[in-house]
Design a protein around this ligand. Sequence first.
Ligand SMILES: [Zn+2]
Ligand SMILES: [Zn+2]
Length: 278
Amino acid sequence: MPDDFTVTLLGTGTSTGVPVIGCDCEVCRSDDPRDTRTRCACYIDTGDVTLLIDTGPDFRAQMLREDLTRVDAVLYTHHHFDHIAGLDDLRPFFFWNRRPMPCFGHPATVRALTDKYDYVFGSNPYPGAADLSLCSVEDTFYVPTRQPPLPRGTDPAELPRRDAQVAVDPILLYHGSMPVYGYRVGGFAYLTDVNRIPDTSLDRLAGLDTLVLDALRPSPHPTHFSFDQAVEVARAIGARQTYFIHMTHNVLHAEQEDRLPGDIHLGYDGLKIHVPVP
Ligand SMILES: [Zn+2]
Ligand SMILES: [Zn+2]
């Protein structure tokens, strides 16, 4: 298990992003930077191992914006466009380190990625495609560091330990009828694109410090939690702090933040969350 670690919300918007193309509503025209929402993704830096959750269509811009240069593994939540469209932008992570990069997901997600990206995952990959190894997981798994051998003259104390690994729990959720995964690392869990959490999954979320949770908008939706539902779920899970993500242009940050209980906040792009050891 890692010590304290840092979580960066790379994107916090729904599938269209906010502003929405062609929309001139109050949120889409807002000057508040927290009302600009790129597609959802998350970066977890445990010090020794770095984990990326999803590679949506804004992935490249998000990594450049945050000046992030290292990824040890990708955890895929599900195969919708807004969570996978940036997969090809993982290629630069192979320019200086040829080791394969593991990508984890639910068996159905792994099947869908294999079908959609045949030139990456097929039997005859395109030369230059990212060397991604898809791993179908159903229980706790361990992600090792992908750190390359020490460059000559480097002080080993400046690099993460090469034998480090971090334990990750996949959390089964439902996005309408589709099984998707949330992920738990230590006292942190990230649950996006969900409108139902089975009891067995709730059991695996006990004792959380920080929860990041799908909350689409105030009004109901068939495949995402509404704000009221998300508050109820946050209460049931009982984390010390909860951040909402995957929000539409129906959510004006300053206005909605004020209406939430004190331990629940709206996430925003670029927010860094410190997660202490439980
Ligand atoms: Zn989504
Ligand atoms: Zn989705």
